[in-house]
Design a protein around this ligand. Sequence first.
Ligand SMILES: *Cc1c(COP(=O)(O)O)cnc(C)c1O
Length: 300
Amino acid sequence: MSNDLWPFSTQAIPVQPLQSQLFNGINIDVLRLDTLHPIISGNKWFKLKYYLAACKEQNFSTIATFGGTYSNHIIATAFACKVAGLKSIGIIRGEATKFLSHTLQDAINYGMQLHFIPREKFKDKAAIKNQFTEDVFWVNDGGYGTKGMQGAADILQTLPSEKYTHIIAACGTGTMLAGLISAAKTHQQIIGISVFKNNFSLQKEITDLLTTTNTVKPFTILHNYHFGGYAKHPTNLIEWMNELYLTENLATDIVYTAKLLFAVKDLCTNQYFSANDKLLIIQSGGLQGNLSLPKHTLCF
Ligand SMILES: *Cc1c(COP(=O)(O)O)cnc(C)c1O
């Protein structure tokens, strides 16, 4: 798909070195995918781009996908489809409420048609798909799948990434991490910080994706930085986000990247890395999710 269709370039994504003693003097660069675009920010564009291309190639006019009330994937899909001239359908977990979240309201404004599915029925994707008689191109929750992984692999092409010894990113479905693993060189260690509580099947889900392209390599998932579970944001997480912003001028989101940066700080403090290591952290975006917080919770 032609890149000039898109309102941004993936060639000039800034890299921000971390400067403060918060990270114990370890050499760390942050890849600011959050700066890509105010709406399709972060990893979601990378994960979607080959699905969009396939949808067009196969002459579908509509993409349908799944997500929650504050889903970065839903908003990114809605906006990307609008730009690509495709219709979009969002299957949303939970009942419709009188006042929609800012995320869903924006998705509607970008032309997405929403369907609400009660939580207990949301797991049965086959049953949901069967309800649709229209011919739509389905994309899994979070863009999980080979095309999502291949798109995420392109993240490492945006910078000279060989110099890093470790590449560290947040994991939801693990699609982005699978892409990073598949694109990494053998001297690089890939670490995923899971934002779900006890999501131990993640290891297998990532390995399954890698197997489809024969790019299986060792990787590490850490499960102890979820702060209570998906989207949970206790006071100590909020305090960390403010501290990080004030010392490093780095904004993070409550669901993924704040937990990622906290994990890296904790690992640095506990001598997980050595002085010669050079870390690349993926700031994968998602800042729109912070709008769910009461005003002035965050200092940015
Ligand atoms: C969706 C998302 C992730 C997780 O990506 P997966 O491929 O599902 O693991 C990480 N960071 C941000 C900001 C996201 O929006």
